[in-house]
Structure formats: C-alpha cells, structure tokens
Write a new protein. Structure first.
Ligand SMILES: *Cc1c(COP(=O)(O)O)cnc(C)c1O
Length: 425
C-alpha cells in the first residue's frame, strides 16, 4: 500500500512543473523553419522576453542549451583570455560559473559568502576600492543560489559598484529567479542577465536566455573568446531567420515558450507572479519555523530578506533529511530536492539537507499539500518537530504582501494567436 498513487508532484528546483498547456502547445507536427507561423511567432517572443527581465533598452539572445550554456554564451561575448573578474559566490552556482570562466581562460577572484548568506554589498565595495587600476572587467553574481536558497540584493550590489565608481559590468545569474523573484534589469543596472527555460519559465530544459545592456554589448565588441555559435550579434539582429539560433530553431520549445509567456505575462501578470511566489515562500518559511520550535528543522538562510522566493533549503539532522525526503516521495507522491552541494566538510553527503521548490507553475494547493505531506512524514517517522506548521502556513499564505513597487516598463501586448489552433477552435 502506498499513498502516492495519484498525480505526483516533483517539487525540485528545476526542471520545474511544466503546465499541461505548455506541453500541449509543444505537441504538434514539426513546423516549417523557413516560412510561416514559427517565424512570425518567434518575433513575438522577443518583446515578451524583454518584459520578463524588465528591460526596454537591453537585448535578448536565445540559445539552444541549459543554464551552463547561458553562462558560456555570456563569457564568450565579453572576455579575452587573461581578463579578470570578481565573482561573488553564495552557495553552489557561483562556483559553477567560476569554473566556466576559468575553463575559458578568464581569471576569477572569488569572494565566497558561504552556504547560508547572500552577497554582502559592503564587502563588494571594499574589494572594488582596492582595485584602483580597474582590472576587474565584471562583477559576477548569483541572484538566487538554488542550493543554499540565498537571494542577493542586486540593487544594493549595483549601488556598491556605483559608489566606488568602478566601471565593471554587473553580470547576474537569474536562472532560478527570473519569473519568480522580482527582477528589473534596467532599473537595477544589470548589464548581463542569464536564465534558462526549465525553472521559473515553466518550459522543459533546452533554452538559455542572455539579456545584455548596450554597455555590455560595447564592452564585448572585440572579445576574442567569441566564436560563431555563441556570438550574440546575429541573434539580436538576424538578417534571416536561420541566424536567430545559428542553425535550426528549437521549434517545439519555442511554441512551449510562447504559451508559457502568455500565461506568465499576459494572463497572470509578472508582478502577480512575483507576489504568488513570495506568498508560497512565506507559507513554507512559516511551516519550517513552527516545526523548528520543537525539533531540528531549520531554514538554511536565517534572514527572511535574503531568502529565495522560488525554493527553500531546509536543514534537519542527518539522516532525517533523507528519511523524510524518501517518505514524502514513496508515500506522499511529493519529490523534494536533494541538498545539492550543501554537505559541510566531513559531513555525510546531503542527508541533513533537502529543498522544497515553489518555483514556476505552483499554486496554493501544491505548496500546502507538500507541507502537509512533510508534516505527516515527520509524525510517522517520529522525527521531533514543533506543531502548528499547517496553521502557520495557511495564515502566511493568505496574508497579502505590501504591494510590490510597480514600474512596469512595457505596455501590454495582445497575445500571439496560433493560426493552426485558431482554425480548428
Ligand atoms: C539550475 C541552475 C543553474 C544551472 O542550470 P543548468 O540548466 O543545469 O545548466 C545555474 N545557476 C542557477 C542559479 C541554477 O538554479
């Protein structure tokens, strides 16, 4: 007997839940890549992708690839071998971007803020002040680290750059945050922003997005690491369709992306989606705090303002983290994320950590359901915990936030209508 029969929920932070509508939009015969609906539809993606990043003056290039491809694309378009960058690591993924840069011959000076904290703008300001010759070509950071679930304050990091008058570009990994956490590329002074399709964008893995400012474009004009495939120039101003993707388009992913952007931008609205994620996150935090009052459960990031809204990392004594995760999967139909790269030195792998994602196509019943399954698991496995977690979660979920600042840059656009579907409707 298992209680998992029914629709299971993979509450892992990517690939996130793909909406049925996105799957249905992808379920079609291969389209013509030389003329017709695909070409027209692709044009409509560009303004919506800019809206997703809240940029009017920036550009966006789409690559066939995952988040690693997005990192590599941005590196290739900006740097030469031997260039220097300052990288702020806040968990696992800053180390990944650093490896990508180093593998391409870029010198990385890393400031590691550990596994529980966001990047500290004061530390950035200190480091920049020592760089009198302006050797750093870029400050590279992760908005939301998906392993630690720490969220850095991007406007505060930009303010540190501005206060020291340092001309470095600000490069941000938004792979786990775009579509979930507030992101305003222009208003926040972000020069390069990287995302991928399989997290807040609700499309299967396979697309990487790189947004870049005019400043970044100019800074990279003579980049010697740039190779034909990664070159972002033809992708933002293609003379013919084939150049958008330097070859065959990711046809079905593009139809899926069109549907996902309709849902996120034209139907729900980006700011409403940010608030939904914030409220789901608060529900998870409230439950975890209640559990923690009678046991070892603890939020990995102590400071609420520094916690991601798309995923929450939780600590529980090893091996209880893994025991609970297994029970939720085998008996509750909820797959929690492993504690990626989060074992302390000398500690058994990830058995004291796990993650609950609330990223993308996730609503109240999914998050409350996952929390209720976890609550049942704690009880049945006899893991000490405080009570009242579900009451606390539902109270947090139903409390509105103070309105997120609204500075929507782009006027609404009519959604693209699939001509194939329109005729059969
Ligand atoms: C998932 C993720 C990545 C890596 O993306 P892949 O698609 O697995 O290459 C990088 N950075 C962050 C913050 C992520 O969440």
């Amino acid at each position: 007997m298992s209680l998992r029969h029914g629709r299971t929920y993979h509450a892992i932070p990517g690939p996130s839940v793909v909406p049925d509508r996105v799957l249905q939009a992808m379920h079609r015969a291969a389209p013509n890549i030389y003329e017709g609906a695909l070409l027209e539809m692709t044009e409509t993606l560009i303004p919506d992708l800019k809206r997703l990043a809240q940029t009017e003056t920036g550009h966006v290039a789409i690559y066939i690839g995952n988040g690693h491809a997005g990192w590599e694309a941005s590196n290739a378009n900006l740097f030469n071998r031997g260039d220097r960058v300052l990288l702020l690591a806040t968990g696992r993924f800053g180390h990944g971007w650093a490896a990508s840069l180093q593998g391409m011959g870029v010198e990385v000076d890393m400031v590691d803020f550990g596994r529980h904290s966001p990047a500290d703008p004061a530390v950035l300001a200190e480091r920049l002040a020592t760089d009198r010759g302006h050797a750093y070509r870029a400050v590279v950071c992760t908005h939301v680290d998906t392993a630690s679930t720490a969220r850095s304050d991007i406007p505060a990091l930009r303010a540190a750059l501005d206060a020291t008058g340092h001309p470095a570009l600000l490069m941000v990994d938004g792979i786990a945050s775009v579509g979930c956490d507030e992101m305003r590329m222009d208003a926040w002074g972000v020069d390069v922003l990287v995302a991928a399709s399989q997290k807040g964008v609700m499309v299967p893995p396979g697309l990487a997005f790189v947004w870049f400012s005019e400043k970044a474009r100019a800074a990279g004009r003579d980049a010697t690491l740039r190779t034909p495939y990664w070159n972002w120039e033809p992708r933002i101003a293609p003379e013919f369709y084939y150049q958008y993707f330097c070859g065959t388009a990711p046809t079905h992913h593009l139809f899926g992306l069109r549907e996902a952007l309709d849902m996120l931008i034209h139907e729900e609205g980006l700011e409403a989606a940010w608030e939904r994620h914030a409220r789901l996150a608060r529900a998870v935090w409230a439950a975890a705090e209640a559990w923690g009052r009678g046991g070892a459960m603890a939020l990995n990031v102590a400071e609420p303002a520094a916690r991601a809204h798309a995923v929450t990392a939780l600590r529980l004594d090893a091996p209880d983290g893994t025991r609970l995760r297994k029970w939720c999967d085998e008996q509750g139909g909820v797959t929690l994320g492993i504690g990626l790269g989060m074992a302390e030195p000398g500690e058994a792998a990830w058995h004291g950590f796990f993650r609950l994602a609330h990223m993308g196509h996730v609503n109240a019943h999914m998050t409350l359901g996952a929390l209720a399954v976890m609550d049942a698991g704690l009880k049945v496995l006899d893991i000490p915990h405080g009570h009242g977690a579900l009451d606390a979660a539902s109270a947090a979920l139903t409390t509105p936030l103070a309105k997120v600042s609204s500075a929507t840059a782009h006027p609404p656009q009519p959604a693209w209508v699939d001509p194939g579907l329109a005729t059969t409707a």
